[in-house]
Write a protein that binds this ligand. Structure first.
Ligand SMILES: *Cc1c(COP(=O)(O)O)cnc(C)c1O
Length: 396
């Protein structure tokens, strides 16, 4: 037998973390890495946050899981807090981002089909989007590399260029149910949508009774400097899928919706065994305690501006490697002149700095939101040393 016990779907690297310490990860052999990947925008509070650890420990000792057949004081509390902080009137809890998007897709379809508009099932999505790895969420993306080997795709999605409002308008038809879009594309390369695009989608939805569903799985939960990224566009969505940061490392996601948008999500239409269990709710509440306040969000914005300014200065020294910096808050990307993966590997293996490669030749810079000045300085030391010692030919 040659298959590994872990199904070999990931190109796993030699870094094998066994411990975390604020914004650092410590490997099996004791090597310390500066973590500017954050488990891909998950570990908002770093790796050893006492509030989050304590909340999980206390809840684990009290009650970990009960069925959603019973009343949930823990779920009611976190849902109420999310409702108070956002556009939403109601919340469905999941265990992952893909499930949150899946619930968003079902909510959009059910909105129309609940009142007998059975032909309004088509959701317009955007090229190079990433919405997860379930059948529905890979079908919602145009990316062939995720489809290959898994045909047939789920019907009912139409793909349009990202940030192309005219394209979105032209794709609309009698079957259109709504739009699903990342306000800032993450895997696609840290590409923020324009103000006109987001407002234009909102207007189209209002004019044609469609739903605007946002995938904020990566950009949500304080990452961009507001609790959700949509706030910075001054628009109100109908549905938002959230996950990654919301559990701070505990598997948790949610689908947020207005009362109107959720009209089809009635008793018996959807469910999840684990979704919203007391342990997950304790983690979610500890994260909200830490991040869902003006002081913390203002700090994320200030740190994001400092990081961005310093990055822009830095890349000016290496015009042959880097093209520009983009993103919002602490969700930043360095657009490179070539594929970012070899440079990411070089930073990781030779300078103990963890970043994430993304699409559109972009290197993702996603520090924990609690990053301090010393860690920011360490980042620039490692990045500078990494760029100075980098020759694209010998890294692969
Ligand atoms: C990561 C991600 C998902 C999928 O989340 P999982 O927890 O891996 O299922 C969906 N949408 C976006 C934008 C993401 O970044």
């Amino acid at each position: 037998m040659s298959i590994t016990p872990l199904m070999p779907v990931y190109p796993r690297c030699g870094v094998r973390p066994v411990e975390g310490d604020h914004c650092h990860l410590i490997d099996e052999d004791g090597t310390r890495y500066l973590d500017f990947a954050s488990g891909i925008a998950v570990n908002l509070l770093g790796h050893s946050h006492e509030g989050l650890i304590g909340a999980i420990q206390r809840q684990a000792a009290k009650l970990m899981h009960v069925s959603n057949l019973y009343g949930s004081p823990q779920g009611e509390e976190l849902a109420q807090r999310l409702v108070d902080k956002t556009f939403a009137d109601t919340v469905f809890f999941t265990n992952s981002g893909a499930e949150a998007v899946e619930c968003a897709i079902k909510t959009v379809r059910a909105y129309h089909q609940h009142v007998g508009n059975d032909d309004k099932y088509e959701i317009i999505t955007f090229k190079n989007a990433f919405h997860g790895r379930t059948m529905a969420t890979i079908s919602a993306s145009n990316q062939e590399k995720m489809h290959k080997g898994f045909y047939p795709m789920l019907a009912g999605f139409k793909y349009v260029d990202f940030d192309d409002l005219e394209g979105a308008k032209a794709a609309m038809g009698p079957n259109t149910a709504g739009f699903l879009v990342e306000p800032v594309q993450g895997e696609g390369g840290i590409r923020p949508a324009s103000q006109e695009f987001m407002q234009g989608l909102r207007d189209l939805c209002d004019e044609h009774d469609l739903l605007l569903a946002l995938d904020e799985v990566q950009c949500g939960v304080a990452r961009t400097g507001t609790f959700y990224a949509y706030e910075q566009y001054g628009i109100v969505p109908d549905v938002v899928a959230t996950a990654k940061g919301i559990g701070g490392g505990f598997p948790l996601g949610a689908c947020l919706a207005t009362e109107k948008a959720a009209r089809g999500m009635v008793i018996g239409t959807h469910g999840s065994t684990y979704g919203g269990n007391p342990l997950a709710m304790a983690a979610g509440m500890a994260v909200m305690d830490a991040v869902a306040n003006d002081e913390f969000l203002a700090e994320v914005r200030a740190k994001g501006e400092r990081l961005r300014t310093r990055l822009e200065q830095f890349i000016g020294n290496y015009p042959e490697l880097f093209e520009g910096v983009r993103g919002m808050g602490l969700m930043l990307g360095i657009k490179m002149k070539a594929e970012p993966r070899p440079f990411m590997v070089h930073l990781r293996d030779n300078h103990q700095l963890l970043t994430v490669a993304a699409g559109d030749q972009t290197l993702r810079v996603l520090p924990p939101l609690v990053i301090d000045d010393a860690e920011m300085d360490e980042f620039f030391e490692k990045l500078s040393a990494g760029a100075a010692s980098y020759t694209p030919e010998d890294a692969s």
